[in-house]
Design a protein around this ligand. Structure first.
Ligand SMILES: C[S@@+](CC[C@H](N)C(=O)[O-])C[C@H]1O[C@@H](n2cnc3c(N)ncnc32)[C@H](O)[C@@H]1O
Length: 230
């Protein structure tokens, strides 16, 4: 299994059950079944095609009996009492937020959410904070030259993030991570580019984007990694 999915697998507690929303090929639940995960395993996808691929993968791995396949939008058909862990990986942060928004039952502290946005992570972090989820952990994994954020969240609790942290994740949680300097460099370059382009355009700042990119650059500068990576 890819490093990105291995990172997610390592965070799944052995409990009542887990659902992998947008499972596609089903790599994650199939690997968990092979490794002796004791709870219920749900592989869910909105597309019948991907779900069929997951079924075939489970079949060839000899674990079909251990998995249940759900063809639905997000968490629509997932039985709330049969899981305590929800994984949503490999989609945009806006799509992940939409899936959670349509499943009010996940707003309960008994569920561990493991979320891995491919894009627009700031939308997801904002959604979580706005809906009173606590982001209990931020992790980073590099796979195929790409850096991915993996968030663990639980309902109830307060998480405060600065504007820059909506994009990076909490500095306090990430500062000692060996990949933090790489994350910092990517985001610093990104917002400097935005700032330079807006400044060059000479247009006013009615929508506040210039001021926001300047603020984020400043907040990032304040958390610049030193030689020890912190
Ligand atoms: C890029 S794949 C990610 C596969 C896997 N989760 C991973 O991280 O490698 C995205 C999958 O999410 C599914 N998907 C997209 N929107 C969905 C939704 N609203 N509900 C369930 N599945 C969805 C797609 O059909 C596709 O199979």
């Amino acid at each position: 299994m890819k490093k990105r999915l291995e990172c997610i697998a390592a965070k799944i507690p052995n409990g009542i059950g887990m659902v992998d929303v947008g499972t596609d090929h089903g790599y994650l639940p199939v690997a968990l079944a092979q490794r002796g995960y004791g709870g219920n395993l749900f592989a869910s996808d909105i597309g019948e095609g991907p779900l069929q691929t997951a079924r075939e993968h489970a079949e060839s791995a000899g674990v079909t009996e251990k998995l249940r396949f759900l063809c639905c939008d997000g968490l629509e058909l997932c039985p709330p009492d049969a899981v305590d862990c929800i994984v949503i990986a490999g989609m945009g942060g806006d799509t992940i937020s939409g899936i959670l928004d349509r499943a009010e039952w996940c707003m309960d502290r008994r569920y561990t959410l493991i979320l891995q946005p491919m894009t627009r992570a700031e939308v997801l972090r904002y959604w979580l904070i706005y809906n009173e989820f606590e982001i209990v952990d931020e992790d980073l994994v590099e796979d195929g030259g790409i850096l991915y954020s993996v968030l663990t969240a639980r309902f109830g609790g307060v998480t405060r993030l600065t504007e820059a942290e909506l994009y990076t994740g909490s500095f306090a949680q990430l500062a000692k991570h060996p990949l933090y300097p790489r994350l910092w460099a990517i985001q610093r370059k990104r917002f400097q580019k935005v700032y330079d382009a807006l400044k060059r355009s000479g247009a006013g700042d009615e929508d506040g984007r210039l001021a926001l990119s300047e603020l984020i650059c400043r907040q990032l500068e304040e958390r610049k990694p030193n030689d020890q990576g912190i």
